[in-house]
Write a protein that binds this ligand. Structure first.
Ligand code: COA
Length: 187
């Protein structure tokens, strides 16, 4: 059985995160278009720890780092936040890791943080990801046309949202779905 966990980012992730972020297998799905240099990366990496509007976790499979998940725009007044994640290693795709991360983050945001809404933006072309979000209860709330320019090409972006109020009704079937994939999920 695949063991998936999310842990705090550590100093020894610094080089790994730069390599992942510049890997075309990841950057293809990101908004940013340019190769990130060491200085830009260091500013971002060093700024992570002090931010109360963002949070980052390294995703591990069987103890090996495979990706990054984050919350962004944590807005305590409006009790919502955005999120995103990537799996850097193609070798762990299709094992249920993405499904586990969806469930974990939803539980963390509604349970741990007590927020009311979790939302995200996904390139329209990244159908695998926005469909996975919709499997976990996210509703498509927006289509932002020509919202991002990558490689000189304007791209459309889907906006999705999930409400804490809707989660209790969705949770049992999704927990069961994860158990069927071999994950241990509490009732
Ligand atoms: C899409 C992605 C994040 C899903 O993560 P994953 O761990 O591979 O997903 P899972 O194994 O949990 O599969 C979840 C479902 O998505 C489907 N799926 C996964 N990758 C897919 C793909 N490329 N195309 C179509 N469906 C896909 C699976 O069949 C599965 O469906 P099921 O639950 O009905 O069996 C990952 O496969 C991927 O392609 N990553 C690309 C880079 C990335 O991280 N992008 C995210 C940027 S926001």
């Amino acid at each position: 059985m695949t063991q998936v966990s999310l842990r705090a980012v550590r100093e020894d992730d610094r080089a790994r995160l730069l390599a992942w972020r510049n890997d075309p297998a990841v950057s293809a799905y990101m908004y940013g278009d340019h190769v990130i240099g060491q200085d830009e990366h260091d500013r971002w990496f060093d700024g992570m720890a002090g931010s109360d509007r963002a949070a980052y976790w390294v995703i591990e499979v069987d103890g090996a780092p495979v990706g990054l998940a984050n919350l962004a725009d944590i807005d305590r007044k409006n009790r919502r936040c955005a999120w995103a994640y990537y799996l850097a290693s193609p070798s762990v795709r299709g094992l249920g890791v993405g499904s586990y991360v969806e469930f974990w983050m939803i539980e963390h945001v509604f349970g741990g943080l007590g927020l009311e809404k979790l939302w995200c933006e996904v390139l329209l072309s990244n159908e695998a990801v926005w469909k996975l979000h919709m499997t976990y209860g996210f509703q498509r709330e927006a289509l932002f046309r020509h919202h991002v320019i990558k490689g000189g090409v304007p791209l459309d972006v889907v906006g999705l949202g999930l409400l804490a109020a809707d989660w209790p009704a969705l949770r049992p079937a999704l927990a069961e779905r994860l158990r069927a994939k071999g994950f241990s999920i509490a009732d």
